[in-house]
Ligand binder design. Structure first.
Ligand SMILES: [Zn+2]
Length: 434
């Protein structure tokens, strides 16, 4: 493997209290040396990074790679290409595939496929229940042995509290995080957007915030009782944030994530974007007070991380009437830009907070060694360009699907380079496949 020299960047690794301008020399997949004026070995690739921020590699623990079974939406190559283009060195992929990832052989299959075709690291999650049907627990122990990084029935909630409790008791033995898509189906049934003033004006059936909140509250209580690690996925409502704040204060081992769309957009986008189905996702875009509460949660650490819920869909599944369209939007290629432009630039969060939320804490949640800017560490690095102004364009996306509400947005701040295990996989938002 050829060596790589990242020259003159501002190294910023808040978990290690690193903040200094230096060169980073990478050899054999590892950070060999950090220092001033390092010489580039013969044949080394040099990335000039003066004025750029060199950070521990970003991770997204909420990604739908659609593999196996729905390769018409995304495949291993395109999904991981979208990840590295977006600045991510690794993703945790969701198990709501065809078939559902609920057994050890499928987990192993995904690791093999990722090693063969992936451009970044891929950590499969496994289903909580067989087929994610909510009835019988999946073979959690066997999946753990096969390397599953967490369990979740994402796409659906675990409806029965007792099933969830058993899953937590089981997962705790392996210190696996139980991730949950929080939704009370009896409250959300038939809804296609947030229930509120806008949904009544538009005449669309709504999903009340309580649908999410009821399950957040339940999960916190179960986490308190079982001692398990429980992670609430894609929180959208202000009361959910408040509940997690309370749960943490009570000593529950709970964490949660927010998506760029939930801290950027509100249900008003459904009207403003003229019923664009790229505003349809589950949980839905909510009200301004919810958006503000999520930002406040990110600021005070109640919300632990920013994840995308990257959910690619074919145009045919989106180019239909609003109530009939598939839920979900892509996110890998816009997450870093949106976060820099909408949270860091206006001073709502610091760059250090962003790095903790997009790298360190994500690795910790899925039991991986957090990427670190220290000599000897595996070279998983994200370089940021804080000054680059760019426009999100569908034809430049590496994902197979283009269902993003951010197409056309102009953002300042972008991922500049992605180094995965010592390999330069992206430079200036262009994917380097080999
Ligand atoms: Zn979900």
């Amino acid at each position: 493997m050829s060596s790589l020299l990242i020259r003159n960047g501002r190294l910023l690794d808040p978990a290690r209290v690193v903040d200094r301008v230096a060169d980073v020399l990478i050899e054999e997949g590892r950070i060999r040396q950090i220092g001033a004026d390092l010489a580039a070995p013969a044949g080394a690739t040099v990335v000039d990074a003066p004025g750029k921020v060199v950070a521990p590699g970003f991770i997204d623990i909420h990604v739908h790679l659609r593999v196996p079974g729905q390769e018409y939406k995304e495949d291993m190559r395109t999904g991981t290409a979208a990840a590295v283009r977006g600045g991510f060195i690794g993703v945790a992929c969701m198990p709501n595939t065809r078939p559902v990832i609920d057994n050890a052989p499928l987990v192993s299959h995904l690791y093999h496929l990722a090693a063969r075709e992936g451009l970044c690291k891929v950590w499969p999650t496994g289903a909580i229940t067989k087929g994610s049907k909510g009835d019988e627990l999946a073979e959690i122990g066997e999946m753990w042995e096969a390397g599953v990084c967490a369990i979740t029935d994402d796409g659906r909630p675990v409806e029965q509290a007792e099933t969830m409790r058993q899953a937590m008791i089981y997962a705790r033995q392996f210190d696996l995080a139980v991730m949950d898509h929080c939704e009370d189906k009896s409250l959300s049934a038939g809804g296609c957007m947030h229930e509120g003033k806008v949904s009544s004006e538009l005449g669309l059936k709504g999903i009340p915030g309580a649908s999410e909140e009821a399950h957040v509250a339940r999960n916190i209580l179960l986490a308190l009782e079982t001692g398990a690690r429980v992670h609430m996925q894609h929180l959208s409502s202000r009361r959910s944030v408040e509940l997690v704040r309370w749960g943490k204060a009570m000593g529950a081992r709970v964490t949660c994530e927010a998506t760029p769309h939930h801290f950027t957009l509100t249900d008003q986008a459904v009207a403003d974007m003229d019923y664009s189905t790229n505003t349809k996702m589950n949980p839905p875009l909510r009200e301004e007070a919810d958006r503000q509460a999520i930002i406040a949660g990110l600021q005070d650490g109640t919300v632990d991380m920013i994840s995308t819920d990257h959910a690619p869909h074919h145009i045919d599944e989106k180019d239909v009437e609003y109530p009939l369209a598939a839920y979900g939007i892509t996110g890998l290629e816009t997450s870093v830009g949106i976060t820099l432009d909408r949270l860091v630039r206006p001073g709502l969060i610091s760059l250090e907070q962003m790095i903790l939320m997009m790298s360190t804490r994500q690795a910790q949640l899925i039991n991986q060694t957090p990427p670190a800017l220290v000599e000897g560490a595996e070279a998983d690095i994200t370089v940021l360009d804080l000054e680059r102004t760019w426009t999100v364009r569908a034809d430049q996306m590496a994902s197979k699907s283009k269902n993003s509400p951010f197409i056309g947005w102009t953002l300042t701040g972008a991922p500049h380079a992605t180094v995965v295990g010592g390999k330069l996989r992206m430079l200036e938002m262009k994917v380097i496949a080999e």
